[in-house]
Design a protein around this ligand. Sequence first.
Ligand SMILES: Nc1ncnc2c1ncn2[C@@H]1O[C@H](COP(=O)(O)OP(=O)(O)OP(=O)(O)O)[C@@H](O)[C@H]1O
Length: 317
Amino acid sequence: MSLHPPDLSPQNMADGQRAREEQELSMAPPALEVDGISLAFRERRSSLPVLQDVALTVKRGEFVSLIGPSGSGKSTLFHIIGGLLKPQRGRIRMHGQDVTGERGHISYMPQQPALFPWRTTLDNVLLGQENAPRNHTAAHSQYASERERREEALQWLEQVGLGPFAKAYPHTLSGGMQQRVAFLRALLSPQELMLLDEPFSALDALTRADMQQWLLRMWEKNRRSVLFITHSIEEALLLSDRIYVLSARPATVMHVVDVPFPRPRREEITLDSRFSEWKRTMTDWMRQEKYKLDGGMEEHAESVRKNPTDNGADQYE
Ligand SMILES: Nc1ncnc2c1ncn2[C@@H]1O[C@H](COP(=O)(O)OP(=O)(O)OP(=O)(O)O)[C@@H](O)[C@H]1O
């Protein structure tokens, strides 16, 4: 029996609340389970195997990155998760539910911000909620009324420094500002899982570094479940809890890196010697895979040269 009275200080209560939340999160089914996914694009007489038995997990509130050589199948996997493509084998589960081949369960941020030029910044942010399937909208009961949605979106725009641009049109915003709008649109969509497909690839180096820091802070505040595609090893190490490294096509998960750096993280961790070591190791992995892929492409080109009639429309199941 304890001889001490329970510690009811605000700090201790907050720690207890946080521990309870973390325990609940760890017991919840994962936000995303990619289970043994295989897909080959079938052309008339040939087949291009792209994904082979790919498995990965994003637990609730985790930031997970997917990295792999160009052409290894990352976007294809996103299309499968988003229900745009059906795999030949394997299942996609979200929050414990089988959603293979179903659309509408994710919020998505593409490489280009894809804002509607005729809608204001605010209306572009609201688009994710307007387009959400009904079941997700109903589950998100705080978005009860149009007015509340607008107010919440405006508060977010203020928070990210875009308040004065709420009524501006996209062409008046810089590339970085447009990406913030696209991120808010995904963040305020009611679907819990966010897929971010190389969101910073079109930005200049300085804006990209700023946006990484911005995303890091936004994510640390909100802790949404994120699957992030990037070509940048440094970006993946800076942002992620875990990184899945894909092999050359047909892609399998070659390595899983549990990123060892504590949070909250800031740019300074890139100066840490362990950071440089991980970067070097992963660069070697990627380089080896790139060489394999380049060799494979030459073989594929050779087979096309031998079968010049094989240039029909792509088909996939
Ligand atoms: N609809 C399609 N029909 C036939 N082949 C396709 C189709 N979409 C993609 N591919 C091929 O599948 C392979 C994987 O493409 P994917 O875009 O998924 O790779 P990626 O890893 O996202 O590439 P990157 O990093 O360059 O964006 C590539 O060889 C590509 O040419």
